[in-house]
Design a binder for this molecule. Structure first.
Ligand code: 5AD
Ligand code: SF4
Length: 441
């Protein structure tokens, strides 16, 4: 039997897709590069914004026509956040979907697929309970096919209830994996050739897992423990909520050589009034003090962020505050989105929704500013050297692509370096989303 997986949305979904792949490979299924060649197609979906949902329905339409033509078993599995949130809509709009798995139920994939085929089931099987603990305890499979840089989920779910965000309803309450479990998985990954690990959590700074001695361990404690593991060359973590960043994480950035000096610290808005309505629990002043504190421990740290424009009630003055904040921080990179009302969230029910025209206008202004900052940040490196970990072949012959300490994509001509090496690269020019350089001898 052959399977194909498509992952939408965030890095945690990529991690879950990899683990579903491991589980299907563990029962003898073979991964294939296109849905036409598969017997089982898994769409691992995202629900963070409206557009993500619609993309899945249009992909399902295409899968239906493959299914209609197929003479073999052809199972369609919808997994992930949209599966959790909209199982009934999926059954109504796409009744040919065979299996629906919420994010905390992906560990059942191999057993459910097997059962479905054996019993020639007719009705859609829906599994959407929410227990992250049982997910991680049962995620076995054939651990293989890893690249040099991989994700590792250490914490999942969210208790913050930002008023725009659907995640607490899709991934449930916060859950932290134990230190022993994470060390074990890290060692497994290293044995497969992984050299860089990005620890994942919806709220990674509130990681609070059971330590080796039975006490609890915070994120910086975990980073110090992982930094001692032989063979690991680089560590990163994402996503941080500014309200949970403290000195202990700044100390980790100062003291751990393999912890990279780049930090994704989503601010969402620069207006205190909007931050309050978003339930973010910090002000612009507090956010800026957090940035200053981190820079005082690790002056070269590069910040990235997420922004939402057009949140209900956002005035021109509120939006100006966001632009002012961006100018004060100077971001290396950022993502920005138009606010998208999500079912079940508090902000979707607020009555001062902003028109799409205003959202588009503000998004353009913000993105122009953020793009300028990113270009400036990148151009600053021309003529300087960066330490690059090479992760894959480039599009051109004899080209390798790697990642700098500050998270830039860097491409070089691949003389005397291989995937998995770290080398010093002198930057010669800047392309739209990457840097280009030559290896320093
Ligand atoms: N509308 C627009 N953007 C959103 N995000 C989360 N929820 C929404 C929403 N309802 C953005 C936030 C978050 C990122 C992952 O997605 O900026 O940090
Ligand atoms: Fe959503 Fe807030 Fe949780 Fe992030 S911290 S996932 S924005 S609720």
């Amino acid at each position: 039997m052959r399977f194909f997986i498509k992952s939408y949305g965030c890095q945690m979904n990529s991690y879950d897709s990899q683990r579903m792949s491991d589980m299907l490979a563990g029962v003898g299924y073979e991964l294939v590069p296109s849905p036409e060649d598969a017997n089982v197609v898994v769409l691992n979906t995202c629900s963070i914004r409206d557009k993500a949902d619609e993309k899945v329905f249009s992909d399902l339409g295409r899968l239906k026509s493959i299914k209609d033509k197929s003479s073999e078993d052809f199972l369609i599995v919808v997994a992930g956040c949209m599966a959790q949130l909209r199982s009934q809509d999926i059954i109504k709009r796409a009744p040919y979907v065979d299996i629906i798995l919420g994010p905390q139920n992906i560990q059942q994939i191999a057993a459910i697929v097997d059962d479905f085929i054996k019993n020639k089931a007719l009705d859609t099987v829906v599994s959407t309970s929410m227990d992250a603990n049982s997910k991680f305890n049962q995620l076995f499979g054939k651990f293989s096919n890893r690249s040099v840089s991989e994700f590792l989920t250490i914490q999942e779910g969210c208790d913050n209830f930002c008023t725009y965000c659907v995640v607490p309803y899709t991934r449930g309450r916060e859950f932290s994996r134990s230190v022993a479990d994470i060390i074990n998985e890290t060692k497994n990954l290293i044995s497969l050739g992984v050299r860089e690990i990005t620890l994942l959590g919806q709220n990674v700074n509130s990681y609070n897992g059971e330590d080796l001695g039975g006490k609890s361990c915070n994120l910086s404690g975990l980073l110090f423990r992982l930094a001692d593991i032989d063979g690991l060359k680089r560590l990163r973590y994402t996503t941080s909520n500014p309200k949970d960043v403290d000195c202990s994480i700044a100390e980790a950035h100062r003291d751990i050589d393999i912890l990279m000096p780049s930090l994704h610290l989503p601010v969402q808005s620069g207006s205190d009034a909007i931050l309050r309505k978003m339930n973010r629990k910090y002000t612009q002043g507090e956010y800026l003090r957090c940035i200053d504190m981190l820079r005082s421990y690790r002056p070269d740290i590069a910040f990235s962020s997420d922004f939402i424009v057009g949140f209900p009630g956002e005035t021109d003055e509120d939006f100006e505050e966001t632009l002012e904040l961006v100018k004060k921080v100077n971001y290396a990179q950022a993502y920005s989105f138009k606010y998208s009302p999500r079912p079940g969230t508090a902000a979707a029910k607020m009555n001062d929704q902003i028109s799409d025209d205003v959202k588009s206008e503000r998004l353009q202004i913000l993105q122009d500013l953020l793009n300028d900052q990113q270009s400036q940040f990148n151009e600053n490196f021309i003529g300087r050297c960066l330490k690059v970990l090479f992760v894959k072949n480039g599009k051109h012959e004899n080209q390798l692509v790697g990642r700098s300490e500050y998270s830039h994509a860097v491409s070089v001509s691949a003389d005397n370096v291989s995937i998995g090496d770290i080398a010093s690269v002198r930057i010669t020019s800047v392309a739209s989303h990457s840097l280009i350089g030559t290896i320093e001898r």
